[in-house]
Design a protein around this ligand. Sequence first.
Ligand code: APR
Length: 253
Amino acid sequence: MTAIQKAAKYLLEASQITVLTGAGVSKESGIPTFRDALDGLWSQFDPTQLATRQAFKADPKLVWDFYEYRRELMRPAEPNAGHYALAELQERFPTLRIITQNVDDLHERAGSTNVIRLHGNIAKNKCFANCQGNPTPVDVSQLAWDKSSGPPRCPYCGQPVRPDVVWFGETLPLDQLEQAKELLEISDVMLVVGTSGLVSPSAEMPEIVRSRGGVVIEVNPDSSMITRIAELKLDGASGVILPQVVTALANKN
Ligand code: APR
């Protein structure tokens, strides 16, 4: 039996499949990772100068401009074969859920539903003070402001508007984290796709599933912090490997 066939077998035998994704799944869509985006003009900065509350407070225009630049880089991106394969898996296994660390919306655009977003959504914005509750979404397309002067102001309280992403040192969105934790309790297969396993608490999630007797399957062209606990490692790009898993499942019918 090939590794792909083994993966298909594990999926078929599972009662709850959870998928954890990271930057690797969007790589073939041309989305630069946070660190990849720190090039050109931005290479002189450290992540803590661009992605913390303190940085935004000190220089809202600098941080806003960096996120506008990243949004511009992401705009042409389309879901790739890996995103579509995960959406197909969810059609086949309707209880399958995706937990993503990515701030793009490519899973949803490929057709996945109920995606748990641990790090927010770069396409959205909120009030820096979350003045109407956490979060206080602000639709900037409804606002008129001088775009060369940095972020617009919150229409409720006048504080600056910020991207709806999780910055270094911030807590993850509680409702998303709670949903993820509940899933980990009942998952018997966790498919880990394109994450280095370096950032907590996502990094610990596969271990939680494994410690309960679940199976961890990793899809990654390289080794990661997850590799040593994976029951099965599928070496390769997710845009190549995941469609092969879908085909193997179809052949088992
Ligand atoms: N398919 C699958 N995996 C891939 C591919 C691919 N085509 N290309 C690269 N990878 C793997 C890399 O080998 C690496 O293990 O994807 C992983 C990407 O790792 P990171 O860049 O560290 O991304 P991620 O794990 O999502 O980082 C977590 O850290 O930068 C912060 O907040 C940011 O959400 C991000 C978090």
